[in-house]
Design a protein around this ligand. Structure first.
Ligand SMILES: O=C(CO)[C@H](O)[C@H](O)COP(=O)(O)O
Length: 218
């Protein structure tokens, strides 16, 4: 199976966690696109979704799903999203698609985070994938200097987030204590969100492998 087929397989597998009649949290990325396709095909009664990006909102609406602003919703049962890397403790690097801040917000209010990923995303140590950090535009240079002091090599992405901010992709870190790093990096003034999802990691990992979809639970 190629990578796209693995993404489709985990997208379909995630349907098992969608409860009919319940508001659903929807993440962002090519794997989530496969999930949205599967959701549409399934015909499951989803009264409304909360989306983590303009991209996913547009796709959901094009399929006829209702998308609510998070301020209209008190809680979400299940949030389905992808990851760039996930470690054995269910901590993740996210933000390859630049939607990390909204993803972290929707994940925070969701009872269960179901991560869908192909097997290339499962790692022992986070950091081979450069860590995305969303930064207020005027603070790009200042935050970069702080990151360099911590041994990271920040590269400014040619991209503006849905929130009007910039992304620094940080190379060179091997992250074993993800929760501590998440906290430390979030404290740099000018950082909006760090793409480490450790404090609120995944609860379930659906991993697409050539032997089929494997389920891991925290
Ligand atoms: O965090 C994300 C977007 O901000 C995505 O979940 C992550 O980049 C994985 O994307 P893909 O499914 O396309 O590999």
């Amino acid at each position: 199976m190629d990578q796209q087929e693995l993404k489709k397989a985990v997208g379909r597998a995630a349907l098992e966690y969608v409860k009919p009649g319940e508001i659903l949290g929807v993440g962002t990325g090519s794997t989530v696109d496969c999930f949205i396709d599967a959701l549409k095909e399934s015909g499951i009664d989803v009264p409304a979704c909360v989306s983590s990006s303009v991209r996913s909102t547009q796709k959901l609406q094009a399929y006829g799903f209702k998308v609510l602003d998070l301020n209209e919703v008190e809680k979400i049962g299940v949030y389905v999203d992808g990851a760039d890397e996930i470690d054995p403790h269910f901590a993740m690097i996210k933000g390859g698609g630049g939607a990390l801040t909204r993803e972290k917000i929707v994940a925070m209010v969701s009872e269960r985070f179901v991560c869908i990923a192909d097997e290339s995303k499962k790692v022992d140590v986070l950091g081979k994938f450069p860590l995305p950090i969303e930064v207020i535009p005027m603070a790009v240079r200042a935050v970069s200097r702080e990151i360099e002091k911590l041994g990271g090599k920040p590269v400014l992405r040619d991209f503006t987030t849905d929130n009007g901010n910039k992304i620094l992709d940080v190379h060179g870190w091997q992250i074993t204590d993800a929760e501590q790093w998440e906290q430390k990096l979030n404290q740099i003034v000018g950082v909006v969100t760090v793409g480490l999802f450790a404090k609120r990691g995944a609860d379930v990992l659906l991993l697409g492998t050539s032997q089929g979809v494997k389920t891991f639970k925290r």
